[in-house]
Design a protein around this ligand. Structure first.
Ligand SMILES: [Zn+2]
Length: 522
């Protein structure tokens, strides 16, 4: 059992696809040849990205590095989030944090280090957790009398504090979120998807009743769904995890699951109803209005930078990233077309950029001494949603040219000439259209790769072929799920109620109790 970034949940170590191992022998990959500008001029950067459909894994790594989202570091298992990648994280934070605040949560911060004796408390709930914990054993030269764990997650330290803070029902609910890094020992390195240290948020709440805790769990699941679909433009299936995929100690674990272009699912966030199990372990008790001492009902929920990995894989194309405008660190980039002895285009770019910045847009002017064609390829690679071209002729006519990153040369709406006076409104409309279009395309892909299967042979065949999300009536039995996994590598991603009319489990023929999406997964 192991935890994976992007979830509090534990899942059995999945069969790793070949590409997870690619980087291992090659580490440290800090020696990855760095592209310098002179090389880029003679060799357009886009040509260095392998075709996405041919090798998703190679494409993904190349895009993360060459779009300057991440760099490998001298620390095995750890990546550097470069400014452009951190810009993505900041936008994720901004949108999620606004949703947390709107649902009544506050941010706080808890210690990085956890005394071993406290962590062992959690180990009662968490089988097989120890192999992933890194330990601090010395302070300077002095050996510590008690080892300190670097947090792999914060239930322990937060649970201990809640026990101190809660006395009466009047102290509840506690609705706290923490933005933090966590560390889980990890040998493979895959930017955003698999790293030893990663960024995430973890919400931890305590409530007076079971009903409130359940409502909170589902509320935050829907916050994640809303963020994934309406900000990251990644359509997901939200549902209940099966028993074998559930966080140990939780009553129920819910997840959102996205589908990647290679037909594998990516768990993108989880939300747990912990019942009273954790409150009992940490002694979170309160005096209720009826003068009875009771244990609180708690929840926890998390999304990590793994979500960025999903977004990159879902939307990118052979030219590089395609970032949904709401997530884009730069929404539009100005590329001036300069003619000798005429720098009016540059001045026009600067002025117009200022106007847009004042209107709340995130824009940049590319003033580097490079050919426009080189700049187009580079900003395409980096996924900036709109390019704004201004040349001497545009200055004369009072127009600018808008180019959509999500379209290709030859598409009707690839390039649009817009009068300068209409630019803010037209740019806003274009960004909205791109946001919608990326989501619609991803949604169409998900629909086209979701299979409502009733035939047993077809079910096993599609699971093996990694066809996508296989939607079936299921018995809900762990033995059935284990059998499917052994035969095909596919597992349940999440489940929901029967539609009505289904009688038997497609996988085994026992009575059906729910519907489940089966898929191979990251
Ligand atoms: Zn079954």
């Amino acid at each position: 059992m192991r935890r994976i970034p992007g979830s509090f949940g534990f899942v059995k170590r999945p069969c790793l696809p070949a590409f997870w191992h690619e980087g291992e022998g090659a580490l440290p990959e800090a020696s990855e040849p760095t592209l310098v500008m002179s090389e880029l001029q003679t060799q357009p950067v886009v040509k260095e990205i392998p075709p996405k459909a041919a090798d998703l894994s190679a494409w993904y790594t190349a895009v993360c590095l060459k779009a300057e989202l991440t760099s490998y570091s001298p620390v095995r298992g750890c990546v550097v989030l470069r400014p452009y990648g951190y810009g993505l994280w900041e936008n994720l934070q901004k949108h999620l944090d606004a949703r947390f605040k709107a649902t009544g949560h506050e941010n706080a911060y808890f210690p990085l280090l956890i005394p071993e004796s406290l962590l062992l408390k959690e180990a009662q709930h968490v089988e097989g957790f120890a192999p992933e914990v890194a330990w601090v054993t010395h302070g300077g030269q002095e050996a510590l009398s008690e080892r300190l764990a670097i947090r792999p997650t914060s239930e322990v330290i937060i649970g201990v504090m809640y026990a101190q803070w809660v006395e009466s029902y009047r102290d509840l609910p506690i609705l706290i979120n923490q933005w933090a890094n966590v560390l889980r020992w990890e040998k493979a390195t895959r930017p955003f998807l698999r790293t030893m240290e990663f960024l995430w948020q973890e919400g931890h709440t305590a409530h007076a009743s079971a009903q409130e805790a359940r409502e909170e769990t589902l509320r935050m699941l829907d916050v994640y769904r809303d963020f994934a679909e309406n900000v990251a433009a990644v359509p997901v299936y939200a549902g209940l995890k099966s028993e074998s995929e559930r966080f140990p100690g939780a009553l129920d674990t819910f997840s959102i699951e996205a589908l990647m272009p290679d037909g594998k699912a990516l768990q993108s966030a989880t939300s747990h109803d912990l019942g009273q199990n954790f409150a009992k372990a940490y002694d979170i008790k309160f005096l209720d209005a009826d003068q009875q001492i009771k244990h609180a009902h708690t929840t926890s929920w998390g999304m990590s930078w793994r979500m960025l990995g999903a977004m990159i894989m879902v939307h990118g194309d052979d030219r590089g990233l395609r970032i949904p405008p709401k997530m884009a660190p730069i929404e539009a980039v100005f590329v001036p077309i300069l003619k000798s002895n005429d720098d009016r285009a540059l001045a026009a770019c600067r002025e117009t950029a200022k106007l847009l910045t004042d209107a709340g847009f995130r824009v940049r002017v590319d003033e580097r001494d490079q050919q426009p064609g080189w700049k187009y390829a580079e900003w395409d690679l980096r996924g900036v949603p709109v390019r704004i071209e201004i040349g001497p002729r545009d200055v004369n006519t009072g127009n600018v040219v808008l180019v959509r990153r999500d379209r290709r040369k030859g598409d009707d709406d690839h390039k649009t000439v817009v009068p300068l006076a209409e630019l803010p409104a037209r740019l806003r409309a274009m960004l909205d259209a791109i946001q919608r279009s990326l989501f619609d395309d991803a949604k169409a892909f998900l629909a086209a790769h979701t299979f409502d299967v009733t035939d047993r042979e077809e079910f096993y065949e599609k699971c093996r072929a990694r066809a996508g999300m296989i939607d079936v009536a299921w018995c809900g039995r762990a033995a059935c799920e284990a059998h499917v996994k052994a035969e095909t590598s596919a597992t349940t991603r999440n489940t929901r109620a029967l539609r009505g009319g289904e009688t038997t489990c497609v996988a085994c023929g026992e009575p059906a109790t729910k519907r489940a999406y089966f898929a191979q997964s990251y």
